[in-house]
Ligand binder design. Sequence first.
Ligand code: FE
Length: 170
Amino acid sequence: MNDLTRMPYQLPMPAEAQADLVVPCAIPENENIWVPQAENVWFRPLCLNTSQGYWVNLLRVRKSGILSRHRHPNPVHGYVIRGKWHYLEHDWVAEQGAYVYEPPGETHTLVVPDDVEEMITLFQVHGVMYYVDPWGKPLGYEDVFTKIEMCRKHYGQVGLGDDYVDQFIR
Ligand code: FE
């Protein structure tokens, strides 16, 4: 009897399909891979998708207090790896191990509580992070392209090379 269960798929991948992407050490050992975003706030790119306009990254925060107030026109998925955080607009707390879905249309204010030394959360952000004041007045935005630019600049400065970010772009 032929055992087909262990046989790899026998046909070629579609010619137009993109290369797969594996990041062996998502929480990196090399500190330089963390891209500074603000004082005591960093992100680490995992997948920067320019054709669908989203990015997957780890956000690392080593301070407490208000991080940002922002609107999401598109969905966000989050998974808390370390620490905890919450939004001023909701009564739940995203603790280590939690999954969070942020629906399109949400505007919220991200807070890291005082007793958290380090927070790391994986976020998949579609479209933009649209920064606003409490009345919705725009203060700036980030999208996959501004994230790529920040990575390129930082990786150039720390000697990893401006093209280091390319491995995360699809
Ligand atoms: Fe958010």
